[in-house]
Ligand binder design. Structure first.
Ligand SMILES: *Cc1c(COP(=O)(O)O)cnc(C)c1O
Length: 354
């Protein structure tokens, strides 16, 4: 916070900004003018810089490309009702970044470097923050092994890079999901809790097969003979049964979503019944067969809440009622939006003013 403008800066010659892509951004398609970059070599961080967004030059032998030492984060900066920009839960994202890096044997930048990188970069490209309601500037910090050599080893060199891009509010229409029991995303002792690149590459095939069968996403399970529910695609999953908000308890096979954590905080502070516990596929099937499942939704940074309209188990589709304005998920989503825009007091101290 105090180290503002400590990062050397080279400005883009001509902005690539066009008002359309900021007023009506398409998720993931437009990237702001600048990026932050800092290399790690000889056991230390070199001088950081903010430079025009552009290609990096790396060795084809860069270890990340072969052995997967690569970790990312994703968070957002929101325009406020007072005209100020707020980065949501940066510290929580940093802590998860650090945990992911540790699992992948990668050095973590310290919090000051991380915070300055994000704050300065968002300030630099503040004109890229969409002014539309619900729109935001997506922030993508990531780090990868850039040492070029071809033996399997822990890299001695890394690139820590951050770029941003305007994204719209995702007014997600209810998704159709399939409980996946043939493939698993994560195994006990593995890397499921880390936001490391390999987890996503491995998830593409099952997701693609589910799409071919008419579903938008899979619900990941632990597999085996008594499978437990884990996540929904790249979101955490939540259910409402008997007016209780239920979500699988965190473990090393579940990614600790910041959205999940935020929704649980809000729900508990409202005095709602909340359970973090194991949910067996059999239990979910029973809820669906008995019509007990009031709501099911994914929780993640992209959509905050993604209503689930249909769940398939063993080839049987169960339709769920439409989520109304007074549903638990929509109330949670509304309060998240209000906190992030500064419309209501930041009672959990989640916003970092840019
Ligand atoms: C990023 C991610 C989530 C959601 O995390 P948020 O911090 O809420 O965006 C959930 N599951 C997986 C596998 C993820 O990669």
């Amino acid at each position: 916070m105090n180290l503002t403008s400590s990062i050397p800066f080279r400005k883009i010659r001509e902005s690539r900004k066009d008002t359309n892509s900021i007023a009506q951004p398409v998720f993931g398609s437009s990237i702001s003018d600048h990026m932050f970059i800092c290399q790690y070599k000889h056991g230390q961080w070199l001088e950081p810089a903010i430079i025009p967004f552009g290609n990096l030059s790396i060795s084809p032998a860069a270890l990340a490309l072969h052995y997967g030492q690569s970790v990312f984060e994703g968070m957002k900066a929101f325009p406020g009702v007072d005209g100020r920009i707020r980065i949501f839960r940066m510290e929580q994202h940093y802590r998860r970044f650090k945990r992911s890096l540790e699992r992948m044997c990668m050095p973590a930048p310290d919090f000051d470097l991380f915070q300055n990188a994000l704050t300065e970069l968002v300030r630099t490209d503040i004109d890229w923050v969409p002014a539309i309601t619900g729109g935001s500037l997506y922030i993508r910090p990531f780090m990868f092994a850039s040492e070029g050599r071809f033996g399997v080893k822990v890299s001695d060199e890394y690139h820590f890079v951050v770029f941003t891009g305007p994204v719209p509010a995702l007014f997600a229409k209810p998704i159709r999901v399939k409980v996946e029991t043939d493939y698993i995303r994560a195994a006990p002792g593995g890397t499921g809790f880390a936001k490391c690149a390999g987890n996503y590459g491995a998830a593409f095939l099952p997701t693609q097969l589910a799409r071919e069968q008419g579903y938008d996403q899979v619900i990941w399970t632990s597999g085996g003979t008594d499978p437990m529910i884990e996540e929904s695609g790249v979101m955490n999953i939540m259910f409402v049964v008997n007016d209780t908000l239920i979500t699988p308890a965190l473990s090393d096979t579940i990614l600790a979503g910041v959205t999940r954590d935020s929704l649980l905080h809000i729900a508990r502070s409202r005095g709602w019944q909340v359970e973090e516990r194991a949910v067996a596929v059999d239990e979910l099937a029973t809820w669906l067969k008995n019509g007990q499942l009031q709501e099911a939704f994914g929780a993640g940074t992209a959509a905050v809440v993604a209503p689930i309209g249909c769940i398939a188990i063993d080839g049987v589709d169960y339709e769920l009622p439409l989520a109304e304005g007074q549903s638990y998920m929509m109330q949670l989503k509304a309060e998240m939006a209000a906190i992030r825009s500064g419309a209501v007091p930041d009672r959990f101290n989640w916003n970092h003013l840019v």
